[in-house]
Design a binder for this molecule. Structure first.
Ligand SMILES: NC(=O)c1ccc[n+]([C@@H]2O[C@H](COP(=O)([O-])OP(=O)(O)OC[C@H]3O[C@@H](n4cnc5c(N)ncnc54)[C@H](OP(=O)(O)O)[C@@H]3O)[C@@H](O)[C@H]2O)c1
Ligand SMILES: *[C@@H]1O[C@H](CO)[C@@H](O)[C@H](O)[C@H]1NC(C)=O
Ligand SMILES: *[C@@H]1O[C@H](CO)[C@@H](O)[C@H](O)[C@H]1NC(C)=O
Ligand SMILES: *[C@@H]1O[C@H](CO)[C@@H](O)[C@H](O)[C@H]1NC(C)=O
Ligand SMILES: *[C@@H]1O[C@H](CO)[C@@H](O)[C@H](O)[C@H]1NC(C)=O
Length: 327
């Protein structure tokens, strides 16, 4: 019991320091850009930061498509967005990033039925949940946070490419994390749930996202689609529930009190999706609405290519199909 109290005390002190730092460095997206006639997808746009991002984009007049695996969350989120904006062009679609079949179905629906796609917010993610191997043979955390987003992004690339122009490029925003700093890439163990702790998988998945952005930027020939990563900082959302009932409850409560609100956490992603100057950059990493750098190994060309190949093979994308995504 006293050990538990001790742990809680340490968590509160650390959280207090982190919270103060986060709030003192935070920045707000100042873009006034309107998005009338444009379309945005926000994965995980049903709760936490994603819901705030989706609400902001809807408020700017965009057609907003939010997606998560649970219909009831989608219905609640739609109500929240339409209650808070005058935009009724908001739709919910089922998307489970832990299933290749679901990702393909979602992407097919979008490609067949949407005329354009201006913004893809790869916001969905799970925390350090207890691990298992998905039906597709990947670590659950890795598939939701990275492999699934890799596949989704590539499948939607033709529509993004069709929509973006060099003066107003289509934008892909990936939600990385400060924890990418702890990430490791070990191609042989990339889905080995007996080798890594869940927190390590989380960190690895966030590092993979940055490597992916780096590699994708190199492969995009025309500068009409840009892809950038953001670190939202520490944000009080439901994501911390993953660490267990007691500890998770404590961290969640602390997070809500001390960390950034989801609205504040959403600001950097919005900045990267809307700001004029940010749209001229690709393969970059932003925090607090400012350009910064991810850790050095996130820009390793060789690892990025290896990861790309490994990802393609794990999600079942042949080189012919990838070529089609780039046409
Ligand atoms: N909170 C932080 O301090 C922090 C820090 C750095 C980075 N991030 C990142 O920020 C992003 C948003 O996190 P958040 O804090 O807002 O978390 P959150 O409140 O837990 O929201 C996560 C969203 O992802 C969706 N999602 C989960 N599993 C999914 C799946 N299999 N397929 C599709 N969607 C799925 C969730 O939908 P359901 O609710 O329906 O499951 C939810 O809408 C994540 O990528 C996270 O890693 C968060
Ligand atoms: C948005 O609408 C919900 C009701 O669906 C309300 O509870 C919430 O406070 C509103 N938020 C803002 C920022 O207006
Ligand atoms: C975003 O994530 C996708 C899928 O993981 C990846 O293809 C792309 O390169 C990433 N972009 C950035 C800037 O990280
Ligand atoms: C990646 O795959 C491509 C095409 O399949 C191949 O030409 C290249 O040699 C591979 N690179 C690595 C590092 O595996
Ligand atoms: C985008 O479309 C153009 C033709 O409109 C094509 O030349 C280019 O290869 C496509 N793909 C990418 C990723 O730029």
């Amino acid at each position: 019991m006293s050990l538990l109290l001790y742990i809680v005390a340490v968590i509160i002190i650390v959280a207090l320091i982190v919270g103060l730092y986060e709030k003192s460095t935070n920045a707000i997206c100042t873009s006034k850009k309107r998005l009338d006639g444009k379309t945005a997808i926000v994965t995980g746009g049903t709760t936490g930061m994603g819901l705030q991002i989706a609400t902001d984009l809807a408020d700017r007049g965009a057609r907003v498509i939010i997606a998560c695996p649970f219909k009831n969350e989608g219905v609640d989120a739609l109500k929240y967005i339409t209650d808070n904006t005058s935009n009724t062009d908001v739709v919910f679609k089922i998307l489970d990033l832990s299933s290749i079949a679901s990702i393909r179905e979602f992407a097919k629906d979008i490609i067949n039925n949407e005329k354009r796609l201006d913004i893809l917010m790869n916001n969905a993610g799970v925390g350090a949940v207890s691990e298992f191997i998905t039906d597709d043979g990947m670590s659950f955390i890795m598939q939701v946070n990275y492999f699934g987003q890799f596949l989704l992004t590539l499948l939607l690339l033709p529509l993004l490419n069709k929509t973006g122009t060099t003066t107003d490029p289509a934008r892909i925003v990936n939600t990385s994390s400060v924890l990418h700093n702890l990430g490791f890439i070990n191609m042989n163990k990339i889905n080995d749930i007996r080798y890594w702790f869940p927190v390590q998988f989380y960190a690895n998945s966030k590092l993979c996202l940055v490597l992916f952005a780096h590699e994708l930027t190199k492969r995009l020939k025309r500068n009409n689609v840009v892809v950038n990563c953001v670190d939202p900082g520490m944000v009080g959302t439901g994501i911390f529930r993953c660490v267990g009932n007691i500890l998770g409850g404590v961290v969640t409560v602390i997070g809500f009190v001390l960390f950034k609100t989801p609205w504040l956490g959403a600001q950097t992603a919005l900045h990267v999706a809307l700001d004029k100057k940010a749209g001229e950059l690709s393969g970059q990493f932003f925090k607090n609405c400012k350009l910064t750098r991810a850790k050095r190994s996130a820009y390793n060309d060789k690892v990025a290519v290896q990861l790309w190949n490994t990802s393609a093979s794990l999600v079942g994308l042949s080189s012919e199909e990838i070529e089609k995504c780039f046409q």
